[in-house]
Design a protein around this ligand. Structure first.
Ligand code: ACO
Length: 325
């Protein structure tokens, strides 16, 4: 039997502060009705002072607890994020120190916006399959409240803060990650980006735009449906899966209308696609691991089930992962 990696523990952490659509009505010209019908979001969590590393550390502790392992058991740490507290050190190095993980293990961040977790999972899976690590911690964390223009109603209603994590363990058994397919197309970077540039050098004169997220919503919507639909088909073909073979699809939680469009393309019922976008909005890299944790807790995934994760984000980046639980 070939080496595979299997998820043996999931964790989540979201900030306590809840920002509802009603709260947003007080801040910008919007309505609960518009946000709900256009996106499916009712509320989101927002940090009030917590750093990205704190969210990531708490989600990691929760995943390690779920796996019944100690921080010192981890041999690889990969963090998907685009909202690290510092340019460097990476969030991963800070989490390594916070948790007292073994000195010397590889720990690094992966930046792929809302696809960050699937990218990080793909990297960790390859380490484990190659035999370079036996136990890995994979985290998805983002704090988009810091890169929002809170006066721009077209974007500030969409995002929330949070973190999710999984522990991967090497296995020769039947369960585990069956395949992973990640992609990017940098030609579309201007559809979804933050304009913030590093400044401070006395040798160059540059106006520093504020680092607020900019998005061409309609184009992004169309590409999200197209690329995630394509990634799902690619993953299904690779594993010879029919729609009825998939117990649960966990898509990136960007917009309930995107999720429904994908569902129509796949031809699967409501019950087999997980969504918690109403409570968290789009948490970027954290969205899939948070959803995975909640799906497992709710008993929506049983041992032996085939689960399909699919993501899309700025870059553009996208991907799909198939696993047998
Ligand atoms: N409240 C009220 N009205 C609003 C709001 C708001 N919050 N935001 C926009 N509007 C208005 C617009 O001004 C526009 O008004 P107009 O017709 O008078 O010009 C009208 O609503 C319609 O605007 P659209 O942009 O056409 O609305 P749409 O139905 O396309 O929904 C949305 C916008 C929700 C942003 C959608 O396009 C979307 O979900 N896009 C994709 C998001 C996504 O997938 N992102 C990828 C991941 S994120 C990442 O990687 C970081």
């Amino acid at each position: 039997m070939t080496l595979k990696s299997r998820i043996i523990g999931c964790g989540l952490y979201v900030p306590e502060r809840v920002l509802t659509n009603r709260d947003l009505e007080e801040m910008v010209d919007t309505s609960d009705e518009w946000i709900t019908t256009r996106t499916g979001i009712k509320e989101r969590r927002i940090v009030s002072g917590e750093r990205t590393v704190e969210l990531a550390t708490r989600a990691s502790r929760s995943a390690l607890r779920g796996a019944g392992l100690k921080a010192r058991d981890v041999e690889l740490l990969v963090v998907g994020t685009v909202t690290a507290d510092n340019v460097f050190p990476s969030t991963a190095c800070l989490v390594q120190a916070e948790l007292g993980m073994r000195p010397g293990i590889p720990a690094f961040d992966v930046a792929a916006a809302c696809s960050g977790f699937l990218y990080a999972l793909d990297v960790a899976d390859r380490y484990i399959k190659s035999g370079a690590a036996r136990t890995a911690l994979v985290v998805g964390v983002d704090v988009f409240s810091r890169i929002m223009d809170w006066q721009d109603r077209a974007t500030c209603v969409l995002f929330g803060d949070g973190a999710g994590a999984v522990v991967l363990r090497q296995t020769r058994g039947k369960g585990g990650i069956l395949s992973s397919h990640i992609h990017s197309d940098g030609r579309y970077w201007e559809m979804l980006y933050t304009p913030g540039a590093l400044t401070g050098s006395p040798f160059e004169r540059r106006n520093s735009p504020r680092p607020y997220l900019k998005m061409k919503g309609n184009e992004t919507f169309r590409m999200a449906v197209k690329t995630m639909g394509g990634a799902i088909k690619e993953a299904m073909r690779k594993n010879r899966l029919r729609p009825e073979d998939i117990a649960l699809v966990i898509p990136h939680q960007a917009n309930i209308r995107i999720i429904n469009a994908i569902k129509d393309r796949l031809g699967i019922g409501n019950t087999r696609v997980f969504s918690n976008i109403d409570r968290y909005g789009n948490t970027s890299s954290a969205s899939i691991p948070i959803a995975l944790y909640e799906a497992v807790e709710a008993g929506r995934i049983k041992r032996g089930d085939v689960v399909l994760l699919v993501a899309f984000g700025g870059g553009f980046t996208w991907g799909a992962t198939v696993l047998r639980w």
